[in-house]
Design a protein around this ligand. Sequence first.
Ligand code: 5GP
Length: 253
Amino acid sequence: MTATALTIGPLLHEGKAKKVFSTDRPGVLAVAFKDDATAFNAQKKDRLAGKGVLNWEISARLFELLEAEGVANHYLGCLEPGWMAVRAVRIVPLEVVLRNRAAGSLCRQLPLAPDTPLEPALLDLYFKDDGLGDPLLTEARLDRLGLLQPGERERLESLARQVNAVLSRRFGEVGIDLVDFKLEFGRTDDGTLLLADEISPDTCRLWDRGQPGSTDRILDKDRFRQDLGGLVEAYGEVLKRVQGLGQSPRPYR
Ligand code: 5GP
């Protein structure tokens, strides 16, 4: 990766998996991917050497694949390994979760057997608030919070379904089932909703089609949540397959 003239400024925000820094370029932020792994609202924590760089490269490549298919997002380009430049947005405190198969919290909350195909994909909005445990929102509760302008919910849902169509197809090409995933969106200065955050095995359930039915198929953060071990190896396998989908991520210039 060639070095850029961009200078990293002060830390603006530290989340569970990433740190966000200001830069000397107006409207550009630098994001560093951390090795920290957390689950169950940060009650379970560990540090897994290599995870940050894996999520960085997977995320950069997926953002570029999405951009190539018309899904605009905050990613601008890569800095040094583990770091990317992104457009500055104000994050909307919503988690948009798309599910193609029943897994995780859905199977705890509804009488649905794990693996049940969901067609069309189920889309849920959650309020992004660790203190409240990211509660599932109803339409009425979403209205009450007043987080979205008229028409934005439809826009958000349509963008999330586009992401699902592109990523389900591209992961399918390399033998991975995109079971479910979480997206976050932000607003640019002119108020446009833009896909933001990251897309990685931390935020997606990814199952290896070559290992049906066994826990060996799990290539995502469920390896950590379920104490299965082998997380870094599984993320490495995801990266290897995603590398087969396109060229190296571009450096930020
Ligand atoms: P579930 O509702 O089953 O816990 O999660 C559904 C999907 O969204 C999974 O792919 C999960 O990784 C992702 N997801 C939901 N909430 C979060 C979150 O707060 N952080 C991360 N990293 N992923 C989440």
